[in-house]
Design a protein around this ligand. Sequence first.
Ligand code: NAD
Length: 325
Amino acid sequence: MELKPNSDNATSYRRKVVVVGAGAVGATFCYALAQSGLADDILIIDRNMDLARGQVLDLVHGQFFFPTTSIRVGTPADYSDAQVVVITAGAAQRPGQTRLELLQQNAVIVGGIASEVAASNCRGVILVVTNPVDVLTYVALKRSGWDRRRVIGSGTVLDSARFRHLLSTSCQVDVHNVHAYILGEHGDSEFAAWSMTHIAGTPISQYCELCGGCGDWEAHQQRIEQQVRDSAYHIIDYKGSTQFAVGLAMVRITGALLRGQNSVLTVSTLLEGEFGIRDVCLSVPCIVSEGGVRKIVESQLSAKELSSLSSSSVILKAAASHIGL
Ligand code: NAD
């Protein structure tokens, strides 16, 4: 005999994530998200239907090994009850191509998707990953007409993870115990917020004096910062695209959104006067929870860092004006 669910227990609330773009980044994200158990439903959309079907088939064959998650090919009708719509659709960065060069091509794609999501009356959050992510977050925000809290970009969450990895290796401290952020543009003008960097509650400059392991610390600092900035170029030169670490960064952001975690993450968000900057999306420390960015943390930056943030904003505004925004 089949048992009927008690209507009190038959909950209709499902954590639904729609992923638009089933290429390297979208598929890796879906793989990592399925393993995380954070989502009940993962819907995959791509303009290349065969690719979407193939990725779904490949993933569902792993369902036996995942926590229970439904993975299906989606359509724009799936936007309406999604908690998170993740946009990875677009062209990938090619060797030697800057992120800003991709802009015009990807603005049309991301703007179109954001308009469709908004038209569906979706009440969730749009997470933009397609590059150049900061300007495209701004495009998605404008085209959706949504409140700034609900349209965010993956920003420098990945770059901050790269920074922590390099510091962890250099200082020989567990990466989980290194607190460090990359701010500004996800791209060439990004910078390390050294004034916010600490290990065991000790500012990095003091930690370095105590440790003394790297000799010329200032030169070492510059090398690490440059390595973070160049990371994507190196990986793209080796293998054509980046996918694994960004996929995990996306799971981290999606988890904060789905579970209302109030996580401090350097997502790309619209500034409206914070840090003296207005009308541009870039990465600063944000509290990310259900509903998107709950709060922008106006951390105390050094004068040099504030000037770097302002330089990023000038570059990003110029890029936005290139596409008439
Ligand atoms: P990819 O070429 O493998 O995949 C892109 C997919 O988008 C393709 O399958 C394509 O068919 C699909 N697509 C294009 N237009 C579409 C549309 N209108 N609707 C639905 N699907 C559409 O590229 P990738 O390696 O997966 O990278 C995707 C994007 O992510 C790129 O812009 C890349 O630069 C960016 N990226 C961002 C970060 C970050 O930290 N923000 C890191 C890595 C890559």
